[in-house]
Design a protein around this ligand. Structure first.
Ligand code: ADP
Length: 450
């Protein structure tokens, strides 16, 4: 257990590990990471999309025309212009080097694809079938090991100390053997979000009371509490992204593509209740208004065959399968007569291309190809976009904009990057870009103030 360190990083998710590696690569020799869970990775390891980046060598290779300006515009538009423009500029301008950096330390982000909210192909993914999160976390773990940066697992930071001038002086932490203090002048806060803290979610976003979550259990907002105790300001703290269709028992997210490719939502009464392709917030609210706040995501074999992700849900055992709608009603407990009528009406509306009930614009298939499928679905808290206020050097700021010396933050614990709505693929960019900047800034601070 170290009694002192040059830099203490709190949290071993994508942001914290990137920060520690960057600091060590820049020459810092006494860096330590505290991680409260028994494993590293936090929410980062759950990322399935990829890393959005513009003006990359891989886009060039594929003949994709993109620019930092276009990436900036897409991100601001996605975030309903609530984003901090300076942080978004920093995000996009460092995105291409984030891809190269991940690859330089042994990662694999070399395939470019299309994703929601992006004007061009911009999301960078592994070249095999592995998901981006596990690839990234494995790469970061290995690099930390190689650099000899210690990661203290099951060690929870509980308090950050500052002197009377507000400068950082140490961190209090707790492990199996009790409470201890590490003296340090520099802290990088990378504790992630608070999506797994229902009280905190309800406090800042009362409309999300009772929502389940897609987050790992450690996403409890500890960093927000420790930072505000030191006088840090918060940005957009009430901005929380939900995902409308998550299995209530396993917290498995059904990708939006299931509805996009034709699935509908039906309640226990056997009726549709919303335009399934409306925005995430509208669909989420409609589901919450049903009995139990739950619904059924219903599709047929045509939809199943259009989307490989569906096989994963079926293999997980969370999808009910039946040869007729009557049988599907019996297996799910949905009102049989209404369910049969709903499916007939839907097929008829699909045939004429007009959803006269809810105004759904695209009805891909009539949902008449057996066998039929249904998965329980309800909305869940997904990403907390608000958090600690920082500047583009990742210095933590007080409400009045002044700096807390020696205090840096990056990743989901920070607010301002994503505004009112995060685009898929921007969280991974966020943690690598701002994690690296935090590591660099922390190292510079040590050199200047050591
Ligand atoms: P990000 O994407 O910003 O890196 P993650 O959720 O991936 O966020 O990682 C944050 C990490 O911080 C998680 O592994 C989480 O367990 C850890 N963490 C949260 N609070 C504390 C704390 N008080 N002390 C130590 N580690 C913490």
């Amino acid at each position: 257990k170290p009694q002192s360190a040059d830099i203490v990083v709190i949290g071993a998710g994508g942001a914290g590990m990137s920060a520690a590696i960057e600091a060590a690569q820049k020459g810092a020799t006494n860096v330590v990471i505290l991680e409260k869970m028994p494993i590293t990775g936090g929410n980062s390891v759950r990322a399935t999309g990829g890393l959005n980046a513009s003006e990359t060598q891989y886009q060039k290779r594929d003949g994709i025309e993109d620019s930092n300006e276009l990436f900036y515009q897409d991100t601001m538009k996605g975030g309903k212009n609530l984003n901090d423009p300076e942080l978004v500029r920093t995000l996009v301008e460092n995105s291409a080097s984030a891809v190269d950096w991940v690859n330089s330390i042994g990662g694999d982000l070399s395939v470019v694809g299309q994703f929601g909210g992006a004007s061009v192909k911009r999301i960078h993914r592994p070249s095999d079938t592995s998901a981006v999160g596990p690839m990234l976390v494995k790469t970061l773990n290995a690099k930390l090991d190689e650099l000899g940066v210690p990661v203290l697992l099951e060690t929870k930071a509980t308090k950050i100390f500052a002197d009377k001038d507000g400068k950082i002086t140490g961190v209090e932490a707790e492990d199996d053997n009790g409470v201890f203090v590490i003296n340090t002048k520099v802290v990088v806060l990378a504790t992630g979000g608070f999506g797994a803290n229902p009280q905190m979610v309800a406090k800042y976003a009362p409309q999300l009371e009772g929502f389940i979550t897609t987050n790992h259990v450690g996403a409890t907002g500890d960093g927000i509490e420790m930072a505000t105790e030191l006088g840090a300001g918060l940005t957009d703290i009430e901005q929380i992204q939900t995902h409308p269709t998550v299995n209530p028992d396993t917290a498995t997210m059904y990708t939006e593509g299931v509805r996009g490719n034709g699935a509908i939502l039906v309640n226990d009464d056997g009726k549709r209740f919303v335009n399934e392709l409306d925005t995430r917030d509208v669909v989420s609210a409609a589901i919450m208004a049903q009995q139990n706040g739950e619904s059924w995501l219903v599709f047929d074999t045509a939809v199943r065959e259009s989307l490989s992700a569906i096989e994963k849900y079926i293999n997980e055992g969370i999808i009910v399968e039946a040869n007729s709608i009557e049988e599907l009603a019996q297996k799910t407990g949905v009102n049989e007569a209404n369910f049969v009528a709903t499916m007939q009406e839907y097929a008829a509306m699909q045939a004429v291309g007009k959803d006269s009930e809810f105004g759904r614009k695209s009805m891909e298939v009539p949902l008449t190809k057996p066998p039929y499928f249904a998965g329980k679905a309800k909305p869940a808290v997904h990403h907390t976009m608000g958090g600690v206020k920082i500047n583009k050097e990742t210095q933590v700021l007080k409400e009045d904009g002044s700096v807390i010396p020696g205090f840096f933050a990056a990743g989901e614990v920070v607010g301002g990057v994503h505004g009112a709505n995060r685009l898929g693929g921007n969280a991974v960019t966020d943690i690598v870009v701002f994690g690296r900047i935090a590591g660099d800034s922390a190292n510079k601070y040590v050199l200047d103030n050591g």
